[in-house]
Design a protein around this ligand. Sequence first.
Ligand SMILES: [Zn+2]
Length: 507
Amino acid sequence: MLHTPHLPAPRPRAHSRRRLRAAALLASAVSVCMVAASAPPTPLGVGDRLYPHLGNPGYDVAAYDLAFTYSGSNSEPLEAVTTIDARATADLDRINLDFAHGKVDSVEVDGEPADFAPAGEDLVVTPQDALDEGERMRITVRHSSDPVYAEDRPGGWVRTTDGLAMANQADVAHLVFPCNDHPSDKARFTFHVTAPNGLTAVANGLPTGVERAGGSTTWTYRTQHPMATELAQVSIGRSTVLHRTGPHGLPVRDVVPTEHRAALEPWLEKTPEQIAWMEKKAGRYPFETYGLLMADATTGFELETQTLTLFERELFTEPAYPKWYVESIMVHELAHQWFGNSVTPATWSDLWLNEGHATWYEALYAEETADRPMAERMKAAYGASDRWREAGGPPAAPKPPKSGSKTGIFRANVYDGSALVLYALRQEIGRTAFEGLERAWTATHRDGTATTADFVRLASETAGRDLGGFFQAWLYGEKTPSMPGHPDWTPVAEKEPVKASRKPQGE
Ligand SMILES: [Zn+2]
């Protein structure tokens, strides 16, 4: 994700289960069930330091099949069926899913009706028969998915002028569909989107079919690589889908509001060369397709949804944004396909691995193509780094998000504050080792999840020496260590805010 500064231009406010092994167990099993049924359902989590309620223990999702039916109005709930194929990693009497903000009509486990109850932001499912560790299960939830949210808890659907898009990062996929809403549990996705004729639906991955029936059309998309729930994308709108070819035949697909197609083309045609540039830095592009989704909405951010990045259309049609800046933002989101999407953070405290790298390539592209030196940007970041650490915590131990805050954990400490860590690393181990590390990282952890400790280990291996102390100071220190090769760089105090000389009375 990247928050983009809004210019002061006028913008409209858019806005088989544990089978009872023997009949002899039946009596005791029944009494266990009765005890379980009387205990209140409890929300669970996987213990993420920043979002303790996210994810659930006891199972691993292999695949999601999401079916949405859109009425044509983005202020009405969509009808939805979410099917989850998972494997129990523990004996389970109950299965907690993350789901809030939708009405649940029914839940089945392996085709049999199951009990369900909300608890916090969880949907607690009690199958008729408990599940054994290692057993596979299919959970089917019929529910609504409501794109209208309360101001203090915006969800994953983004309402555009002509339909919907999705922005689930970091903790709101479960306000769209029931899931194990944590990046540590990646899975394959299939999407079926039914919408009135005249609208176009696009989702992550590649299309596998389009079926027209009467007044509506069903579009099906499937991902070829595992994906985190936070990176799901479904776009519905009056869109045109544009196709071009990237390096070594990669299908490049953009989704644009039909009326802005011509104005957006000069930007869209830059993608293939940006992919080629990134491949030189980070290795082969990790997915089956890439492209930009240009949404007609005021979100205040861009989001690297897997294979199809969400952008605000105005970033490209508002002439006040400099060309180099827009291009560097395009590269930021593209870089996330390697850093964040293919290699996913194991916990949200590892977010610096996403945003630090995306910011790094954003700045490197600006240096190499627009003559904006990396060292100048990093010197400025160095000046502010102590203040960022104080405000948001050190890069790899961010402070928890404040409730109701739109920024959440996406603060300067994980952007330029973390690109600064990578700059320090390159200064410390040299350009050749650094560039080798970057390619080794994306290759080693492709389609997986990885931790900060994994990065530290691989960096040490690549450099041929223990970098544990170096990273401890740079990633977890309250104060920014001195910059290797730039002993003259110093923290800079924040300028005093200019006081209004004549404040109106009573304000
Ligand atoms: Zn980002």
